[in-house]
Design a protein around this ligand. Structure first.
Ligand code: ADP
Length: 255
């Protein structure tokens, strides 16, 4: 199975009665089964663009389609059944067990649980006996894995991720990022990842879209961006990981 394609046609979104244009005329096709990262400084419109896909935000103009079907024709709850959504601080219900937290998607949306809890825990590499635990009995990284399991409960083809690793320490962040990338490949998902971490985007995605003031100002493979980023905004973003690599390299030579 391969996840769907996603197309944005002239998508704009303004807030405050038009005073802020968060997203400006985005035209973009995301191929089925691809892993795309949306990067850019804070406030560049990444989250807003992402949320037009599952209708958490309605565009002021333009349209979003999934496999050529406009999302505005779909009832939001129905639409979200086939779209996984993971965000920072996943917000597990503290008084509910892991199993209940994962199952809530199924209950809220009436019988869409197609995976069972044990299989979902296997998928995200958590021991099956964690099903009975409360969120407080899990580390931050483990809680975020539960968030991934919950997002995967309805067997979505498309995953939307908004800074999903943002609240984690660097080691957990790296591990979970790689584990998710493997899952994306194994399940044939389509993934759109919003991150402000350029290194994360470079290491995980097939394609990187750089946003600036609501527009996409670069659309490149990680190799091309790393090799010689196109445009000032992309170059400025790339300067951070490049500087870190240089500094670490120098540290190695000094020893
Ligand atoms: P990013 O995800 O890149 O940080 P956002 O999509 O969250 O960017 O925000 C883009 C712009 O839209 C920012 O200027 C932000 O302040 C504004 N914005 C986002 N959400 C709202 C809202 N609900 N009401 C008003 N302005 C908003």
């Amino acid at each position: 199975m391969t996840g769907p394609s996603v197309r944005f046609a002239g998508v704009s979104k303004s807030y405050d009665g038009g005073a802020t244009e968060a997203v400006s005329g985005v035209d973009l096709t995301i191929e089925a089964g691809s892993f795309v990262a949306l990067v850019g400084e804070s406030g560049s419109g990444k989250s807003t663009l992402l949320k037009t896909v599952n209708r958490l935000i309605e565009p002021s103009a333009g349209a979003v389609s999934i496999d050529d079907k406009p999302v505005e024709g779909e009832e939001p709850a129905r639409l979200r059944r086939h779209i996984g959504y993971v965000f920072q601080n996943i917000g597990l219900f503290p008084h509910m067990t892991v199993a209940e937290n994962i199952g809530i998607v199924g209950r809220l949306e009436q019988g869409v649980m197609t995976n069972d809890i044990g299989d979902l825990l296997d998928l995200v590499d958590l021991p099956r006996d964690f099903a009975a635990r409360l969120p407080a009995e899990l580390s931050g990284g483990q809680q975020q894995r539960v968030g991934f399991a919950r997002a995967l409960a309805g067997e979505p083809g498309l995953m939307l991720m908004d800074e999903p690793f943002g609240a984690l320490d660097p080691v957990t962040r790296d591990q979970l990022g790689e584990a998710y990338r493997a899952l994306h490949d194994r399940l044939g998902l389509t993934t759109i990842l919003v991150t402000h971490d350029m290194a994360e985007a470079l290491l995980l995605a097939d394609r990187i879209l750089v946003m600036h003031q609501g527009r996409i100002v670069a659309d490149e493979t990680p190799q091309a961006l790393f090799g010689g980023a196109s445009g000032d905004v992309a170059r400025a973003l790339m300067a951070v990981p490049k500087r870190q690599i240089e500094k670490l390299g120098r540290l190695g030579e000094e020893r």
